[in-house]
Design a protein around this ligand. Sequence first.
Ligand code: 48F
Length: 259
Amino acid sequence: MLDDSKVSALIIDAYFKKLKDSLHLDAAIVGAGPSGLVAATLLAKDGFNVAVYESKLAPGGGMWGGGMMFNEIVVQREAIEVLKMFNVRLKEHEDSYFTCDSVECTSALINSAVNSGVKLFNLVKVVDTVFKNDSVCGLVINWTPVEHMGLHVDPITVYSKVVMDATGHPAELANTLVKKTGVKLETPSGGFEGEKPMNAEEGEKQTVENTKEIYKNFFVSGMAANGVCGGFRMGPIFGGMLLSGRKAYNLMKEKIERG
Ligand code: 48F
């Protein structure tokens, strides 16, 4: 006989174990778009304790819908080796362009992340950083519906050796950090530069160049990196996002190991 209370107890116990195991992390990544998922998966594969927080119900960010809801994406040759790690099928075209099904690609990234040991918390919105001794050392999290409904409920905190803003176009966390602390970031002006208009060629390069530690223990990847550092947007070509995720992985790994 099926016992409903057992079903509830199993869900609660499993979730609370995940939550409790995430109070002291090696890496806390905000946003489950392509750059955040690639970085998180590679770190978890190396045995680091990694959590990704995603405010929406479905992780995957801006990759599901391809370009204007045509669910195919373009990836350039330089990024193919990253995609191959996730077993995504690709179709090769002339001039070193590849396409893949955006639903297959997005679900493969999500599946690999969870399979590699990333603790993925959907419906959780990151609302702030924890800031001590002039460095970022954690995140402030709450349920997305609490934030959306404007309920007067305090969030909770998690600590992490490194934190990454992978929130895409809004670069929400970096923006909040600057507004609240006035710290100087590793950007041309030291402040939040803001994203530039569309220029796929420049944007693709810049999203990788701009992937870095912009403040102590605080990294940016993907479109958030271009938002903070003043790079161009690039539309439905995703090589830069994948390469940004891999670069972020290398930088964060080095930082965690250095201590
Ligand atoms: O935007 P997104 O896919 O990030 P990305 O890795 O990739 C950008 C591309 O998808 C695309 C593009 C390529 O040409 O320009 O836009 O830079 O995913 C960011 C994720 O972060 C979540 C958001 O719901 C999305 O899934 N997010 C944003 N703010 C928060 C958040 C927050 N405060 N807390 C938790 N999740």
